[in-house]
Structures are given as C-alpha cells and as structure tokens.
Design a protein around this ligand. Sequence first.
Ligand code: NIG
Ligand code: FE
Length: 416
Amino acid sequence: MHTQILFINIAQLINVRTSNNQLRGNDLAELPIIEDAYLLVENGLIADFGAMYELELKIPILPKNVQDITGQFVMPTWCDSHTHLVFAGSRESEFVDKINGLSYAEIAAKGGGILNSAKKLNNTSEDDLYHAALIKLNEVAKLGTGAIEIKSGYGLSVDSEIKMLRVIKRLKENSDLIIKSTFLAAHTYPIEFKENHQGYIDLIKNEMLPIIATENLADYIDVFCESGFFSPTETDEICKAGAALGLKPKLHVNQLNSIGGIEIGIENNAISLDHLETLTANEIELLSTFKGTATLLPTAAFFLRMQYQPARALIQAGAAVALASDYNPGSSPSGNMNFVTALSCIQMKMLPNEVINAATINGAFAMECIEQTGSIMLGKRADLIFTKKIPSISYLFYSFSINNIDKVMIKGKWVG
Ligand code: NIG
Ligand code: FE
C-alpha cells in the first residue's frame, strides 16, 4: 500500500544531511537544520524535505494526509549503540545494599553482580525472556530510540548464551527498530571456570561460536576487558576467534582500569571501544586516530557514582565520540537516551549540538546502520522524533528528565 504523510510548519528540522560522515573534533558541534520546514514521508522513507517557502514549487499537489505541526521540532531517532536490554529480573536489592555502604566485593560475595543476573536468566525460558525484552524495547522506542545494539552476556553457558542470542534474533525479526546483536559470553568468568580461564575461552571458541555461525546469531563480538574479568591477552584471543567468523569487536574497555584493552581493540579493528571512564593521555591520543567510535556511557558512571568520561578531551583530540545508554540491570537500569544526552551536557560539558550528533550519526556508525538511519536524509528510513512545542532544541537537554517527546515514528509507523 502506498502511504504518504506530509508534515508542514516544522519549527526546525534537525540534522539534515546530504552525505554520511563520522563526526570528529569541531564537526561534532555542527548541526545542520532547516527552520520552518516541511517533510514528506513515503512508504516508511524520507521522500522529500525543505523550507516551507519552497513547498509550493517542490510539491504542487499536496497528498491527502497533511499534518500541521507548528511549533514542534523533528529530529532523527536515537541510535543507542551499546545495551544489554535482554535480561531477567532486576537487581534493586544490590542498589539498596550499595546505598547502605556495602562494597562491590561484599555484594559479589552475597551472589550479586553479573552472576546474579546470569542465575536469574538461567531460570527464565526463552519465551519469557523474549516477552520481557519486547516490553523494554517498546519502552525505549517510545522514548525515541530507533536503532539499538543488544548484547548477550548474562548467559555464561552454551545454552543460556545461545538462548539470549535467539531472543535478540526474534526481536530483530519482529520489531521495526534496527537491531544489532553482539555476542558477549566474555562478560565474566562463570564460577566453575574461575580457576580455569582457558577452559571457558575454549568453550566460547569451540562450542558457542560454531552455533552462532550456523544460526547467524550475532553481528559483533564483545569482551569485558578489565582487571578481575578478561585480560588483554584473553580479549585478543576471543576477538581473533570472532574475527574468523566475521564478527567485529565492540569492546568494554577502561571502565575501571587502564590495562591495555584500547591497544587490543585497535589492533583487532574494533568497530567501537566503549565505556572509557578511565583514560590516560596516551590512550586519548590512541583514540584520536582510531577509525572506530569511542562510545561513552555516562549513565553507568552516574549510577555507579564514578568519574564521568573525559568527553571534552576526546572531542578536542579528534576522537569520534558516540553516546549510548548501556541499559543493563547492574550499572544502568535505564535505556532513556533523553537522560543520557542531558546528562552528557550537564556533567561532561558536551554541547546540545554535540550530544545530538553523538547519539544519532556517530551512534549509527558504531553499529553500522548509517546508510539507513541517524540523520534526515533522502531515502533513509523515516525514524523520527517529534518534540512537543519547545522554545529551542537546547531546551530538550536543559529540562532534563521532562518528557519533551510528543510522538515517535519508526520506519514510517507511529510508535504506540
Ligand atoms: O556495561 N561493565 C560490564 N558490564 C555491564 C554491567 C554489568 C552488570 O553489573 O550487570 C556494563 O556496565
Ligand atoms: Fe555494557
């Protein structure tokens, strides 16, 4: 069926582009807009747009469905390039324990942390996991997320890791959002492999990866490269095993310590290096010439009461900075990109223009979907956020935690 919707009197049409370029340095603050604009959506795609004064010339015969949205702003939906959206249950008891002063080690001794989520996930059926994830996916879509990367990593056994990846595959098949799947069995060592790291790495290589290849269950591979988790050498071995099957790395590095994960990621042609709370001057230098994306997850730093990522230094050095939610039950139990972007302005001193670009265009690069989404460009999917009537685009971030979104359209369909 042929469908057309024409939006007129758009206060500002935000992030209008004619080509796809990853944004570094000063370019991150350049946000092309059209004031007093129109936008034509046809069969789920962006078919035309421009200034209102050109409308008569460009579209002499108006379609049946014309919507006057005077005072509203239209921008591309968020591209959330790092999440763990598939998980079982929640961990608010650990949250309260932390408020009461328990340390990470004490919480881990009580069975908390990633292993706690893994236990819950083991006891949850694929169907139940799928339905819970679909609810979360719809929630973030209503908050303006149109493309999302989702990781495994709360399975930690062959059956449960594959179960998680099958859930992500089902989400891909049944959702209008763009979804990318990342294999993260190397999230932590399961208890039975605590003293036998090679045994677990062999399980990943010899048992999990072959199933993933046969069923086409993942786009990327991830490793939590951190003291007490996976060493750089172990990370390297896992990245290489993934690469043999065409899985590019998207890695958790430098969340707590600088141990060499960035070097390993660069050597292995990572698509993105994520977290980056702890960076040395030399590592910032390395990231400035890194072809992939430096993905910052400020809500994880916020929730864990840690130092924020050095966004300004990274931008100044010329790194390609993206912002993502890290939505997960342990360190960021929220996938709200409106808060991620506001927090980035407030705590990391990123400019409103910069956070929009980082959470749309650079996010799309960090999950390789820039051809389809991430900006207002002819032929791209109509993945659009319609704001309420607001005074300016900076107001979105200034009025943090207020819902300024009126409607969200994904692939030309309204998110209900
Ligand atoms: O990205 N850092 C590693 N993994 C997750 C949190 C893990 C958890 O506590 O469940 C993160 O922050
Ligand atoms: Fe994460």
